[in-house]
Design a protein around this ligand. Structure first.
Ligand code: ADP
Length: 182
């Protein structure tokens, strides 16, 4: 069973939902940079205040800062982990590679949750998170296409990519993922 996983996909593709389900079923650590950043904002920490406006504009938080969060949270007990929302650009891929070499826990599989753009915009608008306004969504999708989407090819070339049709019901998707983890 693979235990070092990454979820890739557009905002609204369902990465967080699937990662959470899988984490509960497997006891792997669910590491969502978006979730961790939102916690910092909710707790009104120095970091939270620094990232609040950036996130609400739909832009990416600076690489160094996100890397710090990932480093602090990556489990070193080797129980397994699920990365969700990180890495989002090639520079973050390189930093992640360094960290994974340091902790000697190489990435084993990348699940690419694929979904038509129309469906994801509808999902995001109905979710109603603070950064789910129409303008912010547009910005996030635009950044996703430009900076995150190229990672699909990158992981494909490393033979790490597993394609998941994310335009199906939750249970069908999660059993598909579980099957591909074996
Ligand atoms: P979604 O997948 O719907 O975009 P996330 O919860 O993953 O939502 O992220 C919300 C926001 O947090 C992003 O729009 C971005 O501002 C910030 N963020 C999350 N992860 C990263 C990252 N790896 N690098 C930079 N910014 C990030």
């Amino acid at each position: 069973m693979k235990k070092h996983l990454l979820f890739l996909g557009a905002p609204g593709a369902g990465k967080g939902t699937q990662a959470e389900l899988l984490s509960k079923a497997s006891s792997y650590l669910h590491l969502s940079t978006g979730e961790l950043l939102r916690k910092e904002i909710a707790m009104n920490t120095v970091l939270g205040r620094e990232v609040k406006d950036i996130i609400n504009r739909g832009e990416l938080v600076n690489d160094e800062l996100v890397l710090q969060i990932v480093r602090q949270n990556l489990d070193k007990d080797n129980k397994g982990w699920i990365l969700d929302g990180y890495p989002r650009n090639l520079s973050q891929v390189n930093s992640l590679n360094e960290v994974l070499i340091e902790i000697n826990q190489p990435l084993e599989v990348v699940f690419y949750l694929d979904i038509p753009e129309k469906v994801l915009i509808k999902r995001l608008l109905s979710r109603g998170r603070k950064d789910d306004t129409e303008d912010t969504i547009k910005k996030r999708v635009e950044i996703y296409k430009k900076t995150t989407e190229p990672l699909i090819q990158y992981f494909k070339d490393l033979s790490l990519l597993e394609y998941i049709n994310a335009d199906r019901d939750l249970k069908t998707i999660s059993s598909d993922i579980k099957q591909k983890m074996a």
